[in-house]
Write a protein that binds this ligand. Sequence first.
Ligand code: DSN
Length: 436
Amino acid sequence: MKSELHYIYRSFNLKKMDHKVFNLIDEELQRQRFGIELIASENFTSQAVLDAMGTCLTNKYAEGYPGRRYYGGCEIVDQIEQLAIDRLKELFGAEYANVQPHSGAQANAAVFLAVLKPGDNILGFDLSHGGHLSHGSTVNYSGKVYKPHFYGVSRETGVIDMDVVEKKAHEVKPKLIICGASAYARDWDYARFRSIANDVGALLLADIAHPAGLIATGLLNDPMQHCHIVTSTTHKTLRGPRGGLIMMGKNFENPFGLKTKKGSLRKMSGILNSGVFPGMQGGPLEHVIAAKAVAFGEALQPAYKEYCKQVMKNAQTMAEVLVERGYNIVSGGTSNHLMLIDLRNKGVSGRDAENALGRAGITVNKNMVPFDDKSPMITSGLRIGTPAITTRGLDEKACQKIVGYMDDVIMDIGNEKRQQAIHEEVKGMMKNFPLY
Ligand code: DSN
């Protein structure tokens, strides 16, 4: 017998109630189904994650935390949020987890609010070298409220030089050091970052928004062993709903300058929780939290590790074939799910390449490359990644084919006819990898 929930959910007919919104959602679904998605920060959730998001949980106010809410009627959402917390802790071996941040940027903002004072020095990875807006960029609140300083990659290697990080940290004595990026293809030396943080008396935050899934499955270095605090999004390699999270590992060692180590986990949990609510956010999105719980449950399954391994194999294949075809990849290749292509030797801008590839049904994003001489709206680079195509089931062979399409488009950038022909081929290819 069908449950009441099933009845209400299935009988709601968006098409009849609001055909304009329905049609636009349907158009987007067709775009996703028949295109090649190479945006490194995107992925396709399971149907189960989508189902959890589109539920009555969106109706519920639940300011506070499980067992300590400011509203009645939270008995059920308490269990849902606790399940998400427990699964997340299991996934990363965390001692503390907060699943309420609406996004990665808000997770970072909540941490800053919790542990910093306005005007404090912070040290993060330069946005123009692959960092993130919320790590102190001057156009972001983090660079307006706090005093930002940056480290970058070496011009020769395209890799972060830890000696430079150390020198900079000693120079500016930051209260917080941030490691993590949105366009960096190499792994992070969290142990060295921690040793630098210890030397200068800084807290260490790892923002693992991009490689979270590869870390959870043990394929990349583990920040939980070394960093005081870890933030992430839930929708990139982690393949959950759009959202954020905050965690702490076992290594608390009095990070907030608390007088006693006794009970410090509880105190620090309280400080971080307050940073999220009431500090940064109001009511949590319990429908999204339910979907996070589903995604964390999926990521705990052995099949998810196989998926993550394939993501990395696909990325390595794409990087290798691109190099064979004469493309420059920043740092020479990739150790994770993404790569940054420097198009300067091809005489094509990131913007033009993004537009032309879009016409061919291949979605990418233009991206600054380190030491770029073009503006962020033009750029000299493209960032591509494999989490989404791997979810669709594409393998190394398909990746070789995709690089062939990309090369054809980029090397004949003005040929719209060719782009349309490739678009038809792309549609034919993606029909074989059904989505929803
Ligand atoms: N917008 C995300 C990305 O594309 O990496 C970062 O916030």
